[in-house]
Write a protein that binds this ligand. Structure first.
Ligand SMILES: Cc1cc2nc3c(=O)[nH]c(=O)nc-3n(C[C@H](O)[C@H](O)[C@H](O)COP(=O)(O)OP(=O)(O)OC[C@H]3O[C@@H](n4cnc5c(N)ncnc54)[C@H](O)[C@@H]3O)c2cc1C
Length: 512
């Protein structure tokens, strides 16, 4: 009998219905919240609808390949400062992971022949960029140096709940200048800062791409706080890949959770958050089981939480307002490829971004993202082969209402176009294919449990930096959200931040 069903049936026989906190979902945000609470002594239950933990940071295995579902450019594994939140989250529950440094964050292949690598070494990166735009040398340095100011403010303080007044007071007294710095940048977007220093339209497009490739919006809609983190930490803690694949992060967090006394159940799909006298008190599962807890934490997206797990007609006004400000980003079309090693020339970097026309940057099938994790951990593929995970934005509506034949045909056509474009940077890719699996927005929705398979929330229009992003408490007493639809947004290190903040707030509310 699989472990998951053993757990489920033992629950049926002797249900433990009283927990301090129930976490719906075992994405990295949910697991960091759960492990933090368990480490503080709370009785925690994580309920995960799928077979394994991790959500968008999960994995799957086929014919000797271990593919990352999504994330593979990992921030937060540094050793110093306070922003290395994945390292800190694992340490808190006495587990650790071996990681491999990636010395080039991205190799860009951009319009008008703009070829550029973002080196871990800050000066080397600046020199390479300045060599492309010599007339903008000073502006380039001023822009990226200003990003460091944001990062340096963040990287001295313990990152916890901004909804907790005593913490805010303490941090302010410990680091008054850093706090004032952050308050200044909180309502700002990276594009405004870039335009203060840079004039060249092509360089500004490059800054747009620097933002778009993780925020999925151009610089003018990308909060400066997030840009400061990403554009500096890649040179500070660096990008590091976990040995054994990204799925190891969640596996290790679960190991730590259980060591700390927490529990996790798989194939446990929550269908309803139970409300009593206006307060969240428990959850109901698809199999009919009911669990109760003093606090409920949802790691599902806000759309899933407030439209599916709660009656949409009773959506709190604050959530309606949030939906007016933020919309679902597109999902992705993902190609998980196994290729002969001879396809990749010596010196190929792990992460690539390909775009041929700036006009198409934000379009479906515009920007192509590539990740080759086997360059860092060869054990993820059979000997003599590499994994090429490539993905491009794709909207759910383009994949709906199709017959099975039409759906398969569309997959084949789209895959053909992507591979043809990739041939420009990896000649011989098509001929060297050994394995291919294609995921559409429908696949992302089905396996990740995310409405429309969305990558996460993006501002509908230019907003005041990160000011509009909600923290962990919700309008419903006892109900909290964690993960990428809470402050500070998408990315593993960002959702880890949200996990620390959520656990901190819940622990204070529980009196722990
Ligand atoms: C293709 C792709 C590439 C990416 N690349 C990167 C990258 O290189 N670097 C990076 O840092 N980030 C990257 N990201 C983003 C990053 O993966 C996500 O921002 C992050 O993993 C989201 O974490 P989360 O905690 O919000 O939740 P999720 O990962 O969405 O996990 C939520 C979990 O909750 C479960 N769940 C949902 N509803 C229920 C329910 N009703 N009952 C029980 N369980 C439920 C789901 O099954 C899932 O396991 C990428 C994402 C994608 C899709």
């Amino acid at each position: 009998m699989p472990v998951a069903s053993q757990l489920r049936s033992s629950t049926n026989q002797s249900p433990t219905r009283e927990f301090d906190a129930i976490v719906i979902g075992s994405g990295i945000g949910g697991l960091v919240a759960a492990t933090q609470l368990a480490a503080k002594g709370a009785k925690v239950l994580v309920l995960e609808r799928y077979l394994i933990p991790g959500g968008s940071a999960g994995y799957f295995e086929r014919q000797g390949y271990r593919f990352d579902v999504g994330a593979s450019m990992i921030f937060g594994f540094g050793t110093d400062g306070t922003t290395n939140l994945l390292t800190k989250a694992l340490e808190a529950v006495n587990v650790s992971l071996e990681t491999m440094p990636d010395f080039v964050q991205i190799h860009y292949h951009l319009p008008e022949g703009l070829e550029l690598k973002v080196h871990r070494d800050y000066e080397k990166f600046l020199q390479e960029l300045i060599a492309q735009f010599p007339q903008e040398g000073q502006g380039i340095r001023q822009f990226y140096d200003e990003c460091w100011k944001v990062f340096n403010c963040l990287n001295v303080m313990e990152l916890l709940s901004l909804e907790e007044v005593r913490y805010l007071r303490r941090v302010f007294f410990q680091h008054p200048l850093a706090c004032l710095g952050l308050v200044k940048y909180l309502p700002q977007n990276a594009g405004d800062i870039a335009r203060k220093y840079i004039r060249d339209p092509q360089l500004l497009k490059f800054i747009d791409m620097e933002c778009y490739c993780w925020s999925v919006v151009p610089a003018e809609r990308t909060p400066m706080i997030n840009a400061g983190m990403v554009f500096s930490d890649r040179h500070y803690g660096g990008i590091n890949y976990p040995k054994g694949g990204v799925g190891q992060i969640a596996q290790k967090l679960v190991e730590g959770l259980e060591k700390a006394g927490g529990q996790i159940r798989y194939q446990a799909r929550v269908t309803e958050i139970l409300i009593e006298n206006g307060k969240a008190v428990g959850v109901q599962l698809a199999d009919g089981n009911v669990y109760q807890a003093k606090r409920i934490i949802s790691n599902a997206t806000r759309w899933d939480t407030f439209e599916k797990l709660l009656p949409p007609e009773q959506m709190p006004a604050s959530e309606k307002k949030w939906q007016q400000r933020y919309q679902k980003s597109p999902s992705f079309l993902s190609l998980h490829l196994g290729v002969e090693a001879s396809v990749l020339p010596v010196g190929t970097e792990c992460h690539h971004i390909l775009l041929e026309d700036w006009e198409n940057m934000e379009d479906a099938e515009g920007t192509i993202f590539v990740s080759i994790p086997t360059l860092l951990d060869p054990d993820l593929a059979p000997r003599g082969y590499h994994i090429v995970h490539t993905f491009t934005p794709s909207w759910m509506e383009d994949w709906q209402g199709l017959s099975v034949r039409e759906y398969e045909q569309k997959k084949e056509d789209t895959t053909g176009r992507i591979i043809e474009r990739l041939e420009n940077i990896f000649p011989g890719l098509d001929a060297g294919l050994d394995y291919m699996e294609v995921g559409t927005p429908r696949t992302h929705r089905r396996f990740l449990g995310r409405e429309d398979g969305t990558y996460g929330p993006i501002p509908r229009r230019k907003l005041r930096g990160l000011l509009g992003m909600p923290f962990n408490r919700t309008a419903i007493p006892g109900l909290y959200c964690v993960g990428d639809s809470t402050f500070p947004g998408q990315g593993l290190n960002a959702v880890a931040f949200s996990g620390f903040a959520c656990a901190h707030r819940v622990a204070v509310d529980l009196g722990l």
